[in-house]
Design a binder for this molecule. Sequence first.
Ligand code: GTP
Ligand code: MG
Length: 284
Amino acid sequence: MADTQTNIDSYTVGVYSVGEYNEEVYTQVNDADINDITDTEIDDDSSEVLATNITDLLPVSTRKFEDMEVLSDMAEHFSTTLDPILRMYSAAMSVAMSRLEIMQDEFKYRRMRNPIHHIDSRLKSTSSILGKLKKKDLDLSLTVACNNVFDIAGIRVVCPYIKDVYLIRDRLMAQDDLIILEMKDYIENPKKNGYRSLHVIVRVPVYFMGKKQLVPVELQLRTQAMDLWASLEHDIKYKKLSRNQNGCSHSDEDIDFTAQLKEVSEMIYAAEAKLEAINSYLED
Ligand code: GTP
Ligand code: MG
């Protein structure tokens, strides 16, 4: 059996602060559109830098922007410069996706239950990357983006049971050309609002412009039940925010739903634990 510990840079498990987060729309896998990178118009300087190192890219700007309007004005320029980089992240996403699809195919071939219900993926938009840099009070540069924003390429793997989540994690960790950069187990240690998922940031080898790059991809592994909770929680949070922004004056404005959401998460967990026990009884 492969040594699953060899490809770990640093292994982090624990409770992390909830902080601000920005749930993004994950599109279906098949939407991924990998264009031929050789067709991209890249000026000589940037291709030179790119072929050297992903993180050595010249800063677009070192200024910090306080104003969101300035930020969105900047997005267009940043977008052009970011284009070849986004293609590389898109390619990394495709590599990670194909690893998962090969796993699924193997289960199919072996006539085993498919541990993956569905997979979604999304590439972070330029404005979202800029927004994240600003939120973290970082310089708006490509170098800083590549070194600090690890969810530019995002994949969400949704499984029927919790045991499937860990099965997929183990299968990924056994692939010795994938480097695990970070692992956060919010299933073992849910966030205080009840959010549960396993987050893995993995560096994926991509051959780009004649050079191997190790490009980070964020994988969120969760069960269907966890996925249901996370999307409804996001919806509730978003609705609450937009009501506040629109100046709605309802009496429930200041209600903190955290305790209720956590309670629902625990109910969901209890239900899926029972269903998983039944499944394990039948499968073992
Ligand atoms: P980043 O710098 O964005 O990685 O911040 P972080 O490391 O504190 O965030 P984390 O990796 O824990 O979570 C990143 C992603 O997980 C978010 O963009 C969401 O997609 C998802 N997520 C995290 N917490 C929650 C939550 O409470 N509710 C929902 N619905 N999704 C969450
Ligand atoms: Mg993170």
